[in-house]
Design a protein around this ligand. Structure first.
Ligand SMILES: [Zn+2]
Length: 230
């Protein structure tokens, strides 16, 4: 693609990512731009919206990094299709207190992130492949063993993951586990079970404490995912 065209495409992608309102609509002020027709022909724009290819094109420009060997073992076992990228620029700024974020097959990881973060994001990558019955099973076991509450019901606030100071939780639904409150709906309401799974899978792979009932379901899901690639 012509460099100017590519540059403009990334301007459009940045607009949408900075807005983070869940829509892919091109900003009104850019809708008459002369490059739009070419981007439509290339499949990066449909009508006045960016397509998935537009985001992939942008994400692909970030530096690819290797995951730790212990994570790679899980990637292989689960047959996961994932490209690890170093969180930088706009993506890094948007991470806030998080250490990683998954966008399709791309996972962005902050420098110095702990193993738990890698496992957690790997959980997000494979979530769509989990049998819905298993997801329902996991949700009920998690709710049976851990407290899932709204921010207003939490006592004492949440510990900041880096500084460990107490901060007041922002609105949302939280899962309390091993003394920490994990936000469940920061990726949208329909992503609650996705987040629940990522937390449980990350905890399981890291060898941290997990209630037996939940562990059984996590192991069931893991073996079902592994079996599906053989
Ligand atoms: Zn997550």
């Amino acid at each position: 693609m012509e460099p100017n065209l590519n540059k403009f495409l990334h301007v459009l992608v940045r607009d949408v990512l900075s807005r983070s309102d869940g829509t892919y609509t091109i900003e009104a002020k850019r809708r008459d731009h002369r490059h739009l027709t070419a981007l439509r022909d290339l499949g990066y724009v449909a009508g006045i919206e960016l397509t998935d290819s537009a985001f992939r094109n942008f994400f692909a420009t970030f530096e690819t990094i290797d995951c730790p060997a212990s994570v790679q073992k899980w990637v292989n076992d689960l047959g996961a299709c994932v490209t690890w990228k170093r969180a930088a620029g706009l993506i890094l700024r948007q991470l806030g207190e998080d250490s990683g974020v998954t966008r399709g097959e791309y996972v962005f990881i902050r420098d110095g992130a702990n193993l738990h973060t890698w496992f957690h994001e790997l959980g997000h990558v494979v979530f769509d492949r989990i049998n819905p019955d298993h997801v329902a099973m996991l949700e009920s076991e998690v709710k049976r063993h851990y407290r899932v509450r709204s921010a207003s019901e939490l006592e004492g606030g949440t510990a900041h993951p880096v500084t460990n100071t107490q901060c007041h939780p922002t609105e949302g639904i939280y899962l309390t586990m091993n003394g920490r409150h994990h936000g469940l709906d920061h990726s949208g309401k329909d992503a609650i079970t996705d987040e629940m799974w990522a937390i449980m899978f990350g905890t399981y792979c890291s060898g941290l404490d997990l209630k037996a009932g939940v562990r059984v379901v996590v192991e069931k899901i893991v073996s079902s995912l592994s079996a599906s690639i053989r």
